[in-house]
Design a protein around this ligand. Structure first.
Ligand code: GN1
Ligand code: MG
Length: 372
């Protein structure tokens, strides 16, 4: 897996370290290697190999997820539902990792220090892409997300627990930002001042999706929660999307959270680093993702779902920028960083992206009006 230039640094764990010991709880055979996997900012993820197989091991970040057991319960509901639909098998067009049991038959392992560990299928013959180069890849991402929503549409949202209260609830992020920004701190630098001004100019209307939900125009469904490009698996040639991973945030939500998040991640070829303030929202990739999504999930969409799509595309980068900025002000306790200032850089990149969306509002609205 390619390391991200601004992603967290990771080093392989030692034999006898907690990841090795936890891995052994999921495999009766000897563990050969345990290597860091992926670019996640919250949980610690490892690829475990034995002589017979490979699987994914994760330590759940309990500071972020208040009830790790609830995550496992949701994943168990999803795994069981998928088994009933034939998904989860190598032949299925959308593969999702199932939960693996410990040697004692439990869904997770709690170690002596209270950390929660769980294991998942590793989807072989797949890779992630650092960025999308062709609209055909973008269409494939859209199809994967559409398939996921169709599959998850068979699960009653009320049967799932809220594993991360407030997740994607933009007005709650704003309230938290306000509380943290009001604390005393050393004098602000120019970059921080610009980011604070950016939020001040856009704070009204951040509740657009929540208000639509409250009025019953948008209805909660089972969503992925984090369908960024890193979480889409492609075939080895990087042409077809074959799976979706990172299922911690699968829970009731709005499909607009997923569409907005997927588009903010995939249509920004710069990735989540600042890199000279050049983040841009790519309309061709957006069109292709929406076409792919519509081809799979058209039947799910109501007129209101269409009507709020532009709002979601603008909101999700704003929201993520606000979350990065809040964490920067709060001492980087949520999103893992390599160096101080990285969350401010990440916030600036999302704000540039939101501006790019705003500049293209008419074109995006025209595209979403005729969509699906
Ligand atoms: C976090 O840990 P990771 O990278 O899968 C975050 C997402 C953000 C993403 C930005 C639970 O996901 O909401 O969009 O970083 N997950 C959580 O890279 O907060
Ligand atoms: Mg995630």
């Amino acid at each position: 897996m390619t390391p991200s230039p601004c992603g967290p640094a990771t080093t392989p764990p030692d034999l006898g370290s907690p990841p090795f010991q936890a891995a052994a709880r999921f495999a009766p055979e000897p563990i050969a290697t345990v290597e860091p996997l992926g670019r996640g900012l919250i949980n610690a993820t490892f690829l475990v190999a034995t002589a017979r197989r490979r699987f994914v091991l994760q330590r759940i970040n309990a500071r972020v997820f208040p009830d790790p057991v609830a995550i496992m319960a949701n994943l168990r509901i999803l795994t069981d539902h998928l088994r009933g639909t034939g998904a989860n098998t190598p032949a299925h067009p959308l593969r999702l990792p199932g939960l693996l049991a410990t040697v004692d038959g439990a869904d997770f392992h709690r170690d002596g220090t209270g950390e929660y560990w769980r294991a998942l299928d590793y989807i072989e013959d797949s890779r992630t892409l650092a960025r999308l180069d062709h609209p055909a890849q973008a269409e494939a991402v859209g199809r994967a997300l559409g398939r996921f929503h169709v599959l998850a549409g068979g699960i009653d949202p009320a049967s799932m627990r809220d594993t991360l209260p407030g997740f994607h609830i933009a007005p709650q992020y704003l309230a938290r930002f306000d509380a943290i920004a009001a604390r005393p701190r050393p004098a602000d630098g120019a970059a921080l001042r610009a980011a604070l001004d950016f939020v001040a100019a856009r704070r009204d209307g951040l509740d657009v999706l929540e208000q639509a939900k409250r009025r019953g125009e948008l209805i909660p469904r089972v969503v992925h929660g984090d369908p960024k490009l890193d979480n889409v698996l492609f075939d080895p040639e990087g042409r077809h999307a074959v799976g979706l991973v990172d299922l911690d945030t699968v829970k009731p939500g709005l499909i607009h959270y997923d569409l907005g998040d997927c588009l903010r991640s995939c249509c920004n070829r710069q990735g989540e680093c600042e890199r000279g303030g050049s983040a841009r929202f790519d309309l061709d990739l957006c069109r292709a993702i929406l076409e792919g999504y519509g081809a799979e999930a058209r039947a799910l969409l109501s007129p209101a779902d269409h009507a709020y799509l532009y709002d979601a595309i603008r909101l999700l980068p704003l929201e993520l920028g606000l979350r990065f900025l809040t964490d920067h002000l709060n001492g980087d306790v949520y999103f893992r960083v390599d160096a101080p200032g990285q969350n401010l850089e990440r916030a600036r990149a999302q704000f540039r992206l939101a501006e790019s969306v705003e500049r293209q509002e008419a074109a995006i609205r025209a595209l979403t009006a005729g969509w699906a």
